[in-house]
Ligand binder design. Structure first.
Ligand code: ADP
Ligand code: MG
Length: 464
């Protein structure tokens, strides 16, 4: 059971930890942790699997204890335990403070959904973020149309606008609106399937590879409402586009609602097949713009009201003025300020807010790695010359090292598979995809490559 208070404190702690560990370590070990309990000088943190539990215990215990002590202002004993949301979480049970990414990740690694689960209704498989509802969405001139359209679609799924295509920059509320539609439709008893386009692509590739296209079709065509987030990523994938085209047609013909989000409009996706582009424009296309000052302030007020602290308006105005183009950054800035106020026990003043934001620059925090640095790190770890990574030799060790290279170039740098192939001596796109997926499967299943890849990653980040 996740305790709301423990979770709130833990989220504040995560904000601070994030500044002190590498991004990879954060994403690998901390992102999906939850605050489980806080009582009698004992703080319990849940991690999605035994491996992460042990790693945190060994490597971060003292840092975590220090940060938690600063926030709670008391000396604590810190404990880690493997947390299995699937067994301890009831539907609707304090779901709000728990990030569903944690739930999804933990459940995925504990009990992978059987490929034929499609018949058990898409509903049970889609875990939506309980925070992303229409109630918690602040409407302003920058998102009014998108909001109204999303609301109309959830009132009359399949009838209002089909598809609804929402687009806009990072952190402006696309995922929030998509999930709000999903939430509303689930409440009506409809089966909702929410996926990112990359999930769709992976499912499709796996279905082909494993000869399970029927299960794939059942999964995607049995939804009453299909929500695909960040559809822009399918634009350069021909076969996935074709598959999505057929899925789209079947659902549309059956009057099932389709909602898509993207970082740009269909007309700005040059690689999108024309027949898909025209379908994306069949219904309503609505953009979301960066929020104006009043909207930013309203969002901050709403977030502030959820806290057990009071914030003078002048303080929120400092943040609203400084952070302009991204609502996610707006929320992060508020959390930073809260942390700063707790740690320094200072009064909540505009000066404190300015101070808290002074060193906030996400670019500063992200280490920039280049492909040669990654290849060099892998070569060093496997004690293989770089020419062997890019060359034709196929001994077992070299093939493994090469696969890990494919995986890390993708995960760390988000390079297209074709470019990774180029870097690795002109290998073709499907070879790279295959290598990447192979390692990704091992990582998901915590196979033998798992600790090894973590180690390589750490080495690379430690000595870039
Ligand atoms: P995107 O998918 O466009 O990158 P998200 O939907 O993930 O952005 O939004 C980023 C964060 O900002 C989320 O925490 C979300 O709840 C919040 N957010 C975005 N728009 C609004 C809004 N209009 N009102 C309240 N919160 C919002
Ligand atoms: Mg999003």
């Amino acid at each position: 059971m996740v305790n709301a208070n423990a979770q709130r404190i833990w989220e504040a702690a995560l904000g601070e930890i994030q500044l002190q560990v590498t991004r990879t370590n954060y994403d690998t070990w901390l992102k999906d942790t939850v605050g489980l309990a806080y009582a009698e000088h004992r703080f319990v943190i849940g991690a999605p699997n035994a491996f992460a539990t042990e790693w945190l215990q060994k490597r971060l215990r003292s840092l975590i204890r220090k940060i938690l002590a600063a926030i709670t202002k008391e000396e604590l004993e810190v404990q880690f335990q493997t947390f299995q949301p699937s067994s301890s979480l009831q539907a609707g049970d304090e779901l709000a403070p728990l990030r569903p990414s944690a739930v999804a990740a933990a459940t995925a690694s504990l009990s992978p959904a059987p490929p034929h689960a499609a018949s058990s209704s898409a509903n049970s498989r889609t875990r939506l973020n309980a925070r992303y509802t229409f109630n918690s969405f602040i409407v302003g001139s920058s998102n009014r149309l998108a909001h109204a359209a999303a609301l109309a679609v959830s009132e009359n799924p399949g009838l209002a606008y089909n598809p609804l295509f929402l687009y806009g920059g990072v952190g402006l509320g696309k995922t929030h609106l998509l999930q709000a539609v999903g939430c509303r439709c689930q409440e009506k008893g409809l089966s909702v399937l929410y996926v990112t386009s990359e999930r769709f692509t992976n499912d499709f590739i796996n279905a082909i590879r494993e000869n399970k296209t029927e299960a794939f079709d059942t999964k995607y065509r049995s939804a009453d409402v299909l929500l695909v987030d960040d559809i822009q990523f399918i634009a350069d994938k021909e076969r996935t586009q074709e598959s999505f085209f057929h899925t789209f047609n079947d659902l549309h013909n059956a009057s099932c609602q389709i909602v898509l989000s993207s970082d740009r409009s269909p007309s700005d996706m040059p690689l999108l097949a024309d027949r898909l582009r025209s379908r994306f424009e069949w219904g309503l296309t609505a953009d979301i713009q960066p929020p104006d000052f009043e909207t930013r302030l309203a969002i901050l007020r709403a977030r502030a009201a959820e806290q057990a602290m009071t914030f003078p308006d002048a303080v929120l105005e400092v943040i609203a003025r400084r952070v302009q183009s991204n609502i996610r950054s707006l929320e992060e800035s508020l959390n930073r300020l809260i942390l700063r106020a707790r740690v320094s026990k200072a009064a909540m003043t505009p000066e404190l807010a300015a101070e808290a934001l002074a060193d906030l620059s996400p670019e500063k925090r992200q280490r920039l790695l280049s492909p040669p640095q990654i290849l060099a790190g892998i070569a060093a770890f496997f004690q293989t010359p770089i020419v062997d990574l890019t060359g034709p030799r196929r001994t077992k060790d070299i093939v493994t090292a090469r696969h890990v290279a494919m995986y890390l170039l993708r995960e760390e740098l988000q390079l297209p598979f074709s470019q990774i192939g180029q870097l690795l001596g002109g290998r073709d796109h499907s070879t790279v995809l295959h290598g990447y997926e192979k390692v990704a499967r091992e990582i998901r299943g915590h196979g033998t490559l798992y600790p090894l890849v973590q180690q390589v990653r750490e080495n690379i980040y430690r000595h870039p």
